[in-house]
Design a protein around this ligand. Structure first.
Ligand code: GAL
Length: 451
């Protein structure tokens, strides 16, 4: 059941056209957006994955309250984002956006005030085209997109206290150049409001070209969706070109190869979390979170916060994994091994160490191992290793000493390595004489799982 990572194909014709338009690569020297926000990947919660259009102000208030009360706020989950379907079908006479008067009777500003009073930040959804995705799909009446209203809408967002805008293409039309122009228009409109607003874009929705993975959007937005919508599945193997949702492994295959364009203030967005939504096993949910952290992805939870089991809360709040995601260096991890049955990702960290994840892409348990040298760590006599699920530490006695674990099917072991000895106590040691090779070896690591 293993899939190798594949780069999405860009047709020769598309390459020629894009190159002719000077657009495939942003102008040389084009600086990444620096609006002071999203210096680490944004973390928060969004209404879409669990509720779709079935939202109202009470649900958003309750979810914000639960985010604060559950401790997820302290874990770093700060943005409460109201996705599609908050709008009335018509703008008012002055052309202003209006919240749905039945489901959001107190209006968006009052809702944002409630969220802010909890020490959280507030986000909202809109599109640069005519119709939101729900309007285009027929789930919501009206055509209240921002086209032609960009400055007016940006001013409204700032006035309401919006801290995060999710701006979603939602149209089969428009060239890459059109998309760049439209997304840039709102970038500038937001900037001119003077309010720091995280700018999250999606060039892929309803569009056959999936330009989110074909263009470096870092000069335009703080985060940009790289794939089709996520669904709570390990791998759908569907063709995203026809709009089919993608699973954790499908999305990783696209997003992981875009590591070079991520950094503080500008992130690849492999879509929101499906942790706790249903559809993923606990091992798959752990893999989802670990890979998103390794890819420096925004962590936007999508589960029902008001009915969150403790084990989902604890997973979402796993301190070592969150610390990797939020590492201030902001370097996205890269795949160092994707041979049959495994996916090994190494991410450079600000302290000179690395986080290393060993994902078992097969269906049954397997022993997976790598070395500090393979993970790109500098030469050292020993390495302190922390298992990020348990917090336990161990020592790896040299750069080419294999370390790892027996990992359940679709599961992930994830470690933090520092090029130094473990100070406090001997812990477990992986020694040079370990019989394990960093290969497809199925032999057991003698010390495995006792980290
Ligand atoms: C999709 C988007 C989803 C959600 C939805 C709302 O295009 O990718 O995350 O925002 O629209 O209709």
């Amino acid at each position: 059941m293993h899939r190798r990572l594949r780069a999405p194909k860009l047709s020769a014709a598309a390459l020629v056209l894009a190159a002719a338009a000077g657009l495939l690569v942003p102008a040389p020297g084009a600086a990444a957006l620096d609006n002071g926000t999203a210096r680490t990947p944004p973390m928060g919660w969004n209404s879409w994955n669990s509720y779709g259009c079935a939202i109202d102000e009470q649900l958003i208030r309750d979810s914000a309250d639960a985010l604060a009360a559950s401790g997820l706020r302290e874990a770093g989950y700060r943005y409460v984002v109201v996705d599609d379907c908050w709008m009335a079908p018509e703008r008012d006479r002055a052309g202003r956006l209006v919240a749905d008067p039945v489901r959001f009777p107190a209006g968006i500003k009052a809702l944002a005030d409630h969220v802010h009073a909890l020490g959280l930040r507030f986000g909202l959804y809109q599109v640069p085209t005519e119709r939101t995705c729900a309007q285009r799909g027929g789930a919501l009446p009206g055509a209240t997109g921002s086209r032609g209203h960009e400055r007016q809408d940006a001013a409204a967002f700032a006035e309401w206290g919006v801290d995060y805008l999710k701006y979603d293409w939602c149209s089969p039309e428009g060239t890459l150049a059109d998309q760049v122009a439209a997304f840039t228009l709102m970038r500038d409109a937001l900037r001119d409001t003077g309010r720091p607003i995280v700018y999250s874009i999606n060039p892929n929705s309803y569009h056959p070209d999936k330009n989110g993975a074909r263009y470096d959007w870092s000069p335009v937005a703080n985060l940009w969706r790289t794939t089709e919508d996520i669904t709570a599945a390990w791998a759908t193997r569907a063709d995203p070109a026809d709009g089919s949702a993608q699973g954790v492994l499908d999305i990783t295959g696209v997003n992981a190869r875009l590591a070079g364009q991520a950094g503080p203030g500008h992130w690849n967005d492999p879509d929101m979390l499906e942790v706790g939504v249903g559809g993923l096993s606990d091992d798959e949910a752990r893999t989802h979170l670990a890979l998103w952290a390794q890819m420096a992805a925004p962590l936007i939870a999508g589960n029902r916060l008001t009915a969150m089991p403790a084990r989902i809360r604890d997973l979402l709040a796993t301190p070592g994994v969150i610390a990797v995601d939020q590492d201030p260096l902001g370097a996205q991890g890269t795949v160092i091994d994707d041979r049959e049955g495994r996916l090994v990702v190494s991410r450079p960290l600000a302290d000179g160490g690395r986080s290393v994840s060993l994902t078992n892409t097969g269906d049954g348990p397997a022993v997976l191992a790598t070395t500090a040298a393979a993970a790109g760590l500098p030469d050292a006599g020993s390495y302190a290793v922390t298992d990020l699920w348990t917090g336990r530490t161990a020592t790896v006695a040299g750069p080419s000493v294999p370390f790892g674990a027996e990992v359940p099917g679709h599961g992930t072991a994830v470690y933090r390595l520092e090029p130094r000895a473990v100070a406090d106590g001997p812990g477990q040691r992986w020694r040079a004489r370990s019989p394990v090779k960093p290969s497809t070896s199925r032999c057991r690591l003698p010390s495995v799982l006792r980290v």
